[in-house]
Design a protein around this ligand. Structure first.
Ligand code: NAD
Ligand code: MG
Length: 397
């Protein structure tokens, strides 16, 4: 039985993780639940899972949760935010589901890595931000990094054990891999006429045709920035060169990604679009445990189709692929500017089409020498956020 910390416990990945825990009560003890501010949901999770520790990053919410826990006489210790990193580094935690959304997840992901834990990585933004530094830390501290993102998990499942053991430093060529094919649905606007893009509302963008996810990743899926972030994520997880990684649109979201080998074989992982499948795969230690997902019905599905991405429709995808080869600073800036622009779009301060303009402007305004520490990257992240914020505030996009 492993002690599990679920970071981002009240979110969409948190839901799926805890659902997998319900299906496998003998595998994991839910030891620590952490989220931002959803008091009611955290309280009901505490009633159900009885974690030893719980924390909310929002101080007011933490106080409210504390009195609810007292009222319900739950033996669950609420810890202040500044003690979270130490808890993750302690012997009380074996495995960590890193599912906080955005760059806010970086510190907890890194603390878990520095403590040599088993990390289930859903928080792709932390890898996009810190790339080589994060991978180096995994190797240096003997941590185990499992890809949770459905595409990266599918790629992992389609690889040989040798490559699976070399996460972050795979030698693809030596293991016969010619290309990694990263699939994406194309989101809700795959067929929408381009001249209607200006009128896209957050409500329209958030409705993903296949996946049910949190608001930020749903908007990223509509712009395909999500696939761009995943491109960068794949570059680091699988140590790809430019010609070894390609994005393919597959609107049905059944093939979750593929690995093409030099002998012509293509190996893929398929299934319903349900995050409990990759989560069960990593939590089951690369074996097959119950996930609660429905089995895929081949007779109830349309044909499978594949398309090349059109960058006029998905300028964010193009920006992300470009920055991937410009270096760590650029991907940190891209990620930070995107988080601010997506938030502004969700708050109806900017149009859907302006998300990419803002990210592009921030990338053009900021140039830095290569950052060699996490502190330097966090500083760049901060500056990129304020630059994006100012661009939006002054309407300069
Ligand atoms: P979500 O918005 O549903 O949930 C986010 C969670 O993070 C919430 O529990 C929230 O309280 C918590 N959180 C936010 N800021 C925090 C902070 N400062 N401190 C502590 N907790 C904080 O998001 P999601 O869809 O579950 O996505 C989570 C991560 O997983 C993202 O990085 C996303 O890209 C990745 N991911 C999600 C999916 C999916 O299907 N939802 C698939 C692949 C990868
Ligand atoms: Mg994904």
């Amino acid at each position: 039985m492993k002690n599990l910390a679920v970071l981002g416990a009240t979110g969409s990945i948190g839901d799926s993780t805890l659902s997998v825990c319900r299906h496998n009560p003998d595998l994991y003890n839910v030891q620590f639940l952490y989220a931002a501010s959803n008091v009611e949901k955290m309280h009901s999770l505490c009633i159900e899972f009885k974690p030893k520790y719980v924390a909310l990053s929002n101080t007011k919410a933490a106080l409210a949760l504390s009195s609810l826990l007292n009222e319900s006489q739950l033996d669950c210790q609420i810890i202040p935010e500044h003690e979270v990193l130490a808890l993750l580094g302690s012997d009380e935690v074996d495995s960590v589901m890193a599912a906080i959304v955005g760059a806010a997840g970086l510190k907890t992901t890194l603390a878990s890595i520095y403590a040599g834990k088993e990390i289930f990585l859903a928080n792709k933004e932390s890898l996009v931000m810190s790339g080589a530094l994060l991978i180096d830390a995994v190797n240096q501290h003997g941590a185990t990094l499992w890809p949770v993102d459905s595409e990266h998990n599918a790629i992992f499942q389609s690889m040989s054990p040798t490559l699976q053991n070399e996460i972050g430093r795979c030698d693809l060529e030596a293991n016969g891999v010619s290309k990694i094919l990263l699939t994406g649905s194309g989101g809700p606007f795959l067929d929408k006429p381009l001249d209607e893009f200006d009128a896209i509302s957050p409500e329209m963008a958030i409705k993903h045709p296949n996946w049910s996810m949190g608001p930020k990743i749903s908007i990223d899926s509509a712009t395909m920035m999500n696939k761009g972030l995943e491109y960068i994520e794949a570059r680091w997880l699988f140590n790809t060169k430019k010609d070894q990684l390609q994005v393919i649109i597959h609107p049905q979201s059944v093939i979750h990604s593929m690995v093409q080998y030099q002998d012509g074989s293509v190996i893929s992982q398929m299934g319903n679009p349900d995050m409990r499948i990759p989560i069960a795969h990593v939590m089951g230690d690369n074996s097959r445990i119950k996930s609660g997902a429905k089995p895929f019905d081949f007779f109830a599905t349309d044909s499978f189709t594949f398309l090349e991405p059109d960058y006029k429709r998905y300028p964010c995808l193009k920006l992300a692929i470009q920055t991937c080869y410009e270096g760590q600073n650029s991907t940190t800036i891209l990620n930070a500017a995107n988080e601010i622009a997506v938030q502004a779009f969700l708050e109806k301060k900017i149009k859907f089409t302006q998300i990419s303009n803002i990210v592009d402007s921030v990338l053009n305004q900021l140039t830095y020498p290569a950052a060699s520490s996490i502190e330097a990257l966090l500083e760049i992240d901060k500056i990129a956020r304020s630059t994006a914020f100012n661009i939006i505030h002054r309407g300069e996009f």
